[in-house]
Design a protein around this ligand. Structure first.
Ligand code: DAH
Length: 338
């Protein structure tokens, strides 16, 4: 049956090149094999006929297989990072040129720019972490009630959706420890998303952004902390603002403070005392245990750190009344910030 083997090779070759795979079933070679039955000696016809039919079935098999493959191909992979009009041809999708940056992205870029001009390096955080970075490295004793203030989400394997960007303190302190040996400060800010188990309302979201700051050197004191944060706020809000520190408690700082600014003019409803101050962030002098845990000698070096919620500042700057707008994907809201 050499003739049939040759035809099979031919057909396969043709099949590979076909865009419409079904066309192979109408191929002249296949037809010719069937037509050829007549020319076969009667005693060989049975065998020949079976072989031709078997080949036809085989070819049908190729077609079926290719159709199954292309069905699964129909799930075209999409690039989830591409602008939204790239992946679909759906007409309701806006062209990317009409879209705009999310206000939090714009503000975060501005905020990082300011810190960079002040000499800080920007590091990224991570959106899943472990107990050690969330609590242990930050001087939270096991089972200490202070952990309750950072009620967050945990996987069954014990991984944690970070409740604050302070999870990065131990990492950046270690990463930049050589700066100190070279007589330079550790000066790092870490913006990222954080997660809490919150009841949602106009000022509480389960997902929000923070920027963490860490500054360590010889002889650093609270005065440096106040000066750094005040310079930042003045630059960010575009006006000279009075600031105030009030005592607070964090396990990872000693002493710990809440940092408040004089409410910027645009946000003042009236001249009352309650309207005067806005608590903006937590801060303090880095606890000796936190420095020690990162291999830095607290007898030689001191530092300050702070953690600043981004949404609150952006809301203040732009007079936004409800934090839930940010994650709402509400285009009416978002388009105001183009
Ligand atoms: N991680 C704190 C929070 O989310 C904020 C904070 C307070 C960060 C003091 C700091 C700090 O780095 O020193 O509530």
């Amino acid at each position: 049956m050499e003739q049939i083997d040759d035809a099979r090779k031919h057909l396969r070759h043709t099949f590979e090149g076909l865009a419409d795979k079904r066309a192979i079933l109408r191929a002249p070679e296949l037809r010719a094999l069937f037509d050829g039955i007549r020319e076969i000696a009667p005693e060989k016809r049975g065998e020949y006929g079976q072989a031709v039919n078997a080949l036809k079935q085989e070819v049908q098999g190729w077609v079926d297989e290719s159709e199954q493959l292309s069905e699964s191909d129909d799930v075209t992979p999409i690039d989830i990072t591409a602008p939204m009009d790239i992946n679909g041809s759906m007409p309701q999708f806006l062209p990317a040129s009409q879209g705009s940056q999310h206000p939090l992205t714009t503000e975060m870029n501005d905020i990082c720019d300011i810190y960079q001009r002040m000499g800080f390096v920007v590091e990224e955080s991570r959106e899943i972490d472990d107990d050690y970075h969330m609590f242990g490295s930050l001087n939270f004793p096991e089972d200490h009630p202070a952990r309750d203030d950072y009620d967050t989400f945990m996987t069954e394997e014990g991984l944690i959706a970070p409740a604050h960007t302070s999870t990065m303190q131990n990492r950046v302190l270690k990463k930049y420890a050589d700066n100190l040996k070279n007589g330079e400060p550790i000066a790092v800010v870490v913006p990222d998303r954080v997660f809490r188990n919150e009841d949602l309302d106009a000022t509480h979201e389960h997902t929000f952004y923070q920027i963490e700051g860490v500054y360590v050197n010889k002889g650093v004191n609270v005065g440096n902390l106040i000066a750094t944060l005040s310079s930042f706020m003045n630059e960010y809000f575009g006006q000279e603002l009075k600031t105030k520190l009030q005592p607070f408690y964090f396990p990872f700082t000693e002493p710990s403070f809440e940092f408040a600014i004089e409410r910027p003019d645009v946000l003042k409803k009236d001249d009352s005392e309650e309207q005067k101050w806005l608590e903006l962030l937590g801060c303090g002098m880095i606890h000796p245990n936190v420095l020690r845990e990162a291999g830095i000698d607290p007898e030689v070096y001191t530092g300050f750190a702070w953690g600043n919620g981004i949404e609150r500042m952006v809301m203040m700057k732009h007079g936004i009344e409800d934090v839930r707008h940010f994650e709402s994907a509400n285009l009416k809201f978002l388009r105001q910030f183009r």
